[in-house]
Design a protein around this ligand. Structure first.
Ligand code: CA
Length: 242
């Protein structure tokens, strides 16, 4: 549906990426329009399940999460996201029609970073989004991971080898990021799904092999594919010792 949009160019300027999870199409459209105008890249999901599927392929910078969703509620989804390594610190703003103090507390306990009661003005919401992004971005100090001639900029989401930019899809980027922060350890496919994809209930283990193959192909021309090692019967390991 928006697969093309999910592949982003690693060298492009970082535009904050917001995932809107809301079952009411009119509100989703309104958010898409006003957030788009404010300079955000907006992705839409109509329920929690769709949001989880989308997050297997993309990493939003922030989630706007409706409380009342069909199926898995916003609070349940927030709880789930908090339990998975990859999304444990993902900024979440809950949207809700409820304005009661109890619900606000429950939402914040579930791990939301902020809480906006409907109806809200787009202006107010954008101010809250910017505040949350600023606050959470503060823990996200600039960091460069290195392996041989390879450098990964964790904030700008850029990878280079010998200062030459490397183009990677979002999943390959996350895989590489995970490997570079967990060198010399063997991970099974299922562990990689947990750590890199998050909730992997609907993803087959061979998906890991597909993305490993893509990552290796990207690294090949720089002679860095050898860092990603297959450990027979166990899984994969990233190591500079080859
Ligand atoms: Ca709703």
């Amino acid at each position: 549906m928006i697969a093309g949009k999910l592949m982003y160019n690693m060298m492009s300027k970082q535009i904050p990426n917001i995932l809107v999870v809301e079952d009411e199409a009119a509100i989703r459209e309104m958010l898409n329009y006003s957030l788009g105008r404010a300079g955000f890249e907006v992705h839409e999901a109509a329920d929690a399940r769709q949001a989880q599927d989308m997050m297997a392929e993309m990493s939003p910078d922030l989630i706007l999460l409706d409380w009342m969703l069909p199926g898995i509620s916003g609070v349940e989804l927030a709880n789930k996201l908090r339990q998975v390594n990859r999304t444990s610190r993902l900024p979440i703003i809950m949207l809700t029609a409820r304005g009661e103090e109890d619900d606000k507390i429950r939402g914040l306990e579930a791990g939301a970073d902020d809480y906006v009661t409907k109806p809200f003005s787009p202006k107010e919401l954008i101010a809250r989004i910017n505040a949350v992004l600023r606050r959470t971005g503060a823990d996200n100090e600039g960091d460069t991971l290195e392996a041989g001639a390879m450098k990964l900029d964790t904030v700008g989401h850029r990878v280079s080898i010998n200062n030459q930019p490397l183009e990677l899809g979002p999943t390959e980027f996350r895989l590489l990021h995970f490997f570079m922060t967990h060198k010399d350890r063997v991970f099974s496919r299922s562990q990689l799904l947990d750590q890199v994809w998050g909730d992997h209930v609907y993803i087959e283990e061979r998906t890991v092999d597909v993305h490993i193959r893509r990552l290796r192909r990207a690294l090949e021309s720089f002679d860095c594919a050898k860092y990603i090692q297959t450990v027979r019967g166990s899984g994969y390991r990233f190591s500079e010792q080859v």
